[in-house]
Write a protein that binds this ligand. Structure first.
Ligand SMILES: Cc1cc2nc3c(=O)[nH]c(=O)nc-3n(C[C@H](O)[C@H](O)[C@H](O)COP(=O)(O)OP(=O)(O)OC[C@H]3O[C@@H](n4cnc5c(N)ncnc54)[C@H](O)[C@@H]3O)c2cc1C
Length: 396
């Protein structure tokens, strides 16, 4: 058993390159982007230039041929500056394009993935509906086949990147009588369809990451836009949620690390009662707790990513260890992240309550990770289901 927790030289280089870009290009814009709730133009092209879009995709499609550990590392490093934009990058690269890569045909992949890797295309994923959130399989969006085309009606809500996406991957019922076994996955280019409306949803956190309500009204798609096979969408969805939960844990991790670094610096600089507040044991206790939470979260997330990379087929969903590990990684990183961000605000006192201080942004953003990608309650249900299934025989 290898228990080392060191990144390889290649991984260290990825972290350095992304950090250099995030701290020089992104950081100076973040306060304004947050206030205006605006994604920076050219974000994905910038990531394309440093070669981290589709870092887990095969080189023939423009990717780097690496894995979920490296994907997580990229999201963590962006998350040190912006939890929100790390989420947007994850929604595009993992939720949309990685799911697409794992299920599309060779011809479809060649048409879409190189543009996803260069940053020309932004992606989004539509699972959630106004009346089907945690109960995702209860979705009402339907795709009815007429000749060689599908006619789509319904709506998807809280869709990250929804207002700006060029490519959308989504799920719809193709056989209502079959419940979860009657769902299929589809994709389309947003500028090639009619009957699509996208409305921006206003949020108090994760600003700069656009969120949309998307409506399909008699939107027609050719049958070739169905991916992964008819009525195979339920398995694609649950499978995808595993890699989604693991890699999006990086957003929480980056935010935790930023909160810790900013708090250490602030506690050493801020003087009260004639001493830096870092000399007070209440403050020291918080810093120690924040460090411990970050390190434990890091282990949960990277060990789940490394486990996923070690699987040949990378199949998750009901009845797999991957399902439990992925749910546990995001559950832990999310809840620890919420606590770490609250401690960071507390250490900053009144200043932590003001938008000029980045910890206030991390605090508001971090709460999303108790909700998005399946709520904390749903993750606990998954973990318990898998524990009770095999009495934790695997011991992992
Ligand atoms: C900023 C943001 C970005 C998002 N991005 C995307 C995206 O890109 N694509 C996408 O498809 N979705 C996205 N979502 C949606 C997100 O995944 C859902 O909000 C989430 O799954 C919860 O669904 P809901 O909001 O309908 O809550 P509900 O399902 O209505 O849940 C409300 C509460 O009830 C609890 N609850 C529900 N069922 C149970 C149960 N059986 N047992 C115990 N408690 C239960 C929940 O845990 C929660 O606390 C995003 C959401 C947000 C806020």
């Amino acid at each position: 058993m290898a228990l080392g927790f060191e990144f390889t030289p290649e991984q260290q280089m990825i972290e350095e390159v992304v950090w250099r870009w995030a701290s020089s290009w992104l950081e100076p814009q973040m306060a304004a982007l947050t206030e205006q709730d605006r994604m920076p133009p050219g974000l994905f092209q910038e990531l394309g230039k440093i070669g981290v879009n589709g870092i887990a995709f095969e080189e023939e499609y423009g990717g780097a041929g690496l894995g979920y550990v490296e994907t997580l590392l990229v999201y963590e490093t962006i998350g040190r500056v912006s939890n929100a934009l790390a989420m947007s990058v994850g929604a595009s690269q993992t939720l949309c394009f990685d799911n697409f890569r794992r299920n599309a045909t060779e011809e479809q992949k060649r048409a879409i993935l190189p543009k996803a890797c260069s940053g020309e295309y932004i992606g989004c994923l539509g699972i959630t509906e106004p009346n089907a959130g945690s109960d995702a399989m209860g979705m009402a969006t339907r795709a009815v086949k007429t000749g060689t085309r599908y006619v789509i009606n319904g709506s998807k809500t809280f869709i990250t990147n929804g207002t700006v996406a060029d490519v959308m991957l989504f799920y719809a019922k193709t056989d209502r009588a079959r419940g979860a076994h009657g769902i299929s996955a589809f994709y389309f280019l947003t500028d090639e369809v009619t009957g699509l409306t996208r409305e921006k949803i206003s949020k108090w956190g994760m600003r700069a990451s656009p969120t949309a309500l998307i409506t399909f009204e008699d939107m027609e798609l050719p049958e070739e836009n169905l991916i992964g096979g008819l009525n195979r969408g339920g398995a694609i969805l649950t499978n995808g949620l595993c890699t989604e939960r693991i890699t999006l844990s990086g957003c929480c991790l980056g935010s935790q690390r930023a909160c810790l670094e900013l708090s250490i610096r602030y506690a050493q600089e801020r003087v009260q009662f004639g001493k830096p507040i870092a000399s007070f044991q209440f403050i020291q206790g918080k810093l120690a707790d924040m460090y411990t939470s970050y390190m434990a979260s890091k282990w949960m997330a990277y060990s789940a990513a490394s486990y996923c990379d070690s699987l040949t087929n990378k199949v998750g969903g009901k009845g797999t260890d991957l399902d439990r590990k992925a749910a546990a990684a995001l559950l832990f990183c999310g809840e620890m992240g919420t606590k770490v961000a609250a401690d960071a605000v507390q250490i900053h006192g009144g200043y932590g309550y003001c938008p000029e201080y980045a910890v206030s942004r991390h605090y508001l953003d971090q709460k999303l990770w108790d909700i998005g990608a399946g709520t904390a309650e749903i993750r606990r249900m998954i973990i318990a289901r898998e524990l009770l299934r095999d009495n934790f025989q695997s011991g992992r």
